[in-house]
Design a protein around this ligand. Structure first.
Ligand SMILES: Cc1cc2nc3c(=O)[nH]c(=O)nc-3n(C[C@H](O)[C@H](O)[C@H](O)COP(=O)(O)O)c2cc1C
Ligand SMILES: CCCCC(=O)C(=O)O
Length: 379
């Protein structure tokens, strides 16, 4: 037996820090993100901005629950030794139907920021959609990656400035213009309102650098950061204008109703994105798992249907594909990874979802995406 009193310091104090168990799933990555952010000066503020929903956060809970509640009816004895998840969207063939939803200001969670995340998307073979409100410019993102890129547009009141963003996205090689239509005004994001969410010093909205917007209404300081960047006058005629403005296919993000999906296509959109913005805007809004089937039925294959909000497992991805989505995007999951461990954490999140999707496809007797259909859902 060792007498602890005679042990040397080296024997008592571990020389190497214990390595934390790597997170195995998005829930564990979420905990890791929370732990890491809790150490930083503005960590709690940044966590609340990442995680929060609007109002009483009912839709935030529903989003995840609604995917979870759909039950699977797997086929057996199909032969699933080779699983193929490749798909083609707007002319680009990608390894996975999972994509990265646009999210503002990645650098507030980790210095790796947008470049780290796009590098992870490239390695995972997934589409990255950059936000208008990125902390790295769209040109710098495009110059640093060969990942397929889409550009998310917040239409500005100043249409000349808006048109200049679209022209830059086209010139920089983005492959689609995602127009967010579910945020004409800001919702009841109570935690952000209480904490006056703002960009930490040293960071800026790089796409908007040097652009002076037309004078906008006077707002209290805490509402300026985001509200100034929204346009409550947006209507369907703007979708037509945008779809004629460049060759970029316009994808309308934030559709929840079949009649709006039909109007989007009539207005010139070449893609429909079913989203409730991760329940960050309108509380008690329908979860996308419930909205998707009717939208997909209305679209009927005329244009690609994308879905996001509440996807946390490969089984959620599989269910969305069975319900008619052509691609399934995630927001918070890769941001948890980014906040927990920068580029490597974001990559871990993408690998988790990809691995789980492949497992679910194998277990459901669906070796390729075209084998996924509503018959795999228990009714
Ligand atoms: C922190 C954060 C910032 C976001 N910023 C944007 C944005 O700039 N533009 C946009 O269209 N959507 C934005 N979204 C919404 C996402 O694109 C996406 O619709 C949502 O996160 C999907 O839900 P999920 O987080 O449950 O996956 C943001 C979401 C989060 C969590
Ligand atoms: C005004 C919206 C700011 C970015 C965003 O879309 C989000 O935080 O969800």
């Amino acid at each position: 037996m060792t007498d602890s009193a005679t042990q040397t310091a080296d024997a008592i104090v571990p020389v190497v820090e214990p390595i934390p168990d790597p997170a195995l799933n998005i829930r564990e990555l979420r905990s890791a993100a929370l732990d890491r952010l809790a150490e930083g000066a503005f960590g709690r503020e940044m966590w609340d901005y990442l995680e929060g929903g609007s109002g009483d956060e009912r839709s935030l809970r529903w989003n995840e629950e609604a995917w979870g509640e759909i039950r699977l009816a797997p086929r057996c004895l199909v032969g699933v030794d080779a699983i193929d998840t490749t798909t083609t969207l707007f002319g680009s063939t990608v390894a996975s139907p999972i994509g990265l939803s646009p999210a503002a200001s990645h650098k507030i969670w980790h210095a790796d920021g947008e470049l780290g995340v796009t590098s992870a998307a490239e390695e995972a073979g997934m589409i990255y959609c950059q936000s208008t409100l990125g902390t790295v410019s769209m040109e710098d993102v495009a110059g640093a990656t060969s990942a397929p890129l889409w550009f998310q547009l917040y239409v500005r009141r100043d249409r000349d400035l808006t048109a200049s963003l679209v022209a830059r996205a086209a010139a920089a090689g983005y492959q689609a213009l995602v127009v967010t239509v579910d945020t004409p005004v800001l919702g009841a994001r109570d935690t952000d309102r209480r904490r006056s969410v703002r960009l930490p010093s040293g960071l800026s909205f790089a796409n908007l650098a040097g652009l002076t917007p037309r004078a906008e209404p006077d707002l209290p300081a805490h509402r300026r950061v985001y509200v100034e960047r929204l346009d409550p006058t947006l209507t369907w005629s703007d979708i037509t204008w945008l779809s004629e403005l460049s060759d970029l296919p316009v994808v309308v993000k934030g559709v929840l109703r079949p009649d709006d999906a039909a109007r989007a296509i009539d207005a010139g959109a070449r893609g429909v994105w079913v989203s409730n913005h991760g329940a960050r805007n309108l509380d008690t809004v329908v979860p996308t798992a419930l909205a998707l089937p009717a939208v997909a039925a209305e679209v009927a294959g005329r244009v690609p249907v994308v879905v996001d909000s509440g996807i946390r497992r490969g089984t959620d991805v599989l269910k969305a594909l069975c319900l008619g989505a052509d691609a399934v995007f995630v927001g918070r999951p890769y941001l948890y990874g980014l906040a927990a461990a920068g580029r490597e954490g974001a990559l871990a999140a993408l690998h988790m979802l990809d691995t789980e999707l492949r497992m679910a496809m194998g277990l459901c007797g669906a070796p390729s995406l075209d084998a996924l259909g509503p018959d795999l859902l228990w009714s």
